[in-house]
Design a protein. Structure first.
Length: 87
């Protein structure tokens, strides 16, 4: 498994902290300010540049394995999950 370093600004850190705190409190993901979306899009852009895993022919297997590794051993309650549409 590869490791990557992503960089965020102080402003992005503050905005994302509040975004994730609200999620922890409400178990709902929603935006209350455009800056939250901008910060997530910037982070997403860095991820897009860091890995090509999403272009692997076995991407769904790669994704499933990554999800299993990340969730393994997590002992807190998960928020409600929705079925995934893989069409």
């Amino acid at each position: 498994m590869s490791e990557y370093q992503l960089t965020i600004s102080e402003d992005e850190a503050v905005v994302l902290f509040e975004f994730f705190e609200r999620f922890d409190d409400t178990e709902e993901l929603y935006f209350v300010h455009p800056a939250e979306y901008v910060a997530l899009k910037r982070l997403s852009g860095q991820i897009d540049k860091a890995t090509a895993a999403m272009f692997a022919p076995n991407y769904l297997e790669v994704l499933d394995s990554a999800r299993e590794r990340l969730a393994d051993g997590y002992e807190s309650a998960f928020p409600p999950l929705r079925p995934e549409n893989r069409s």
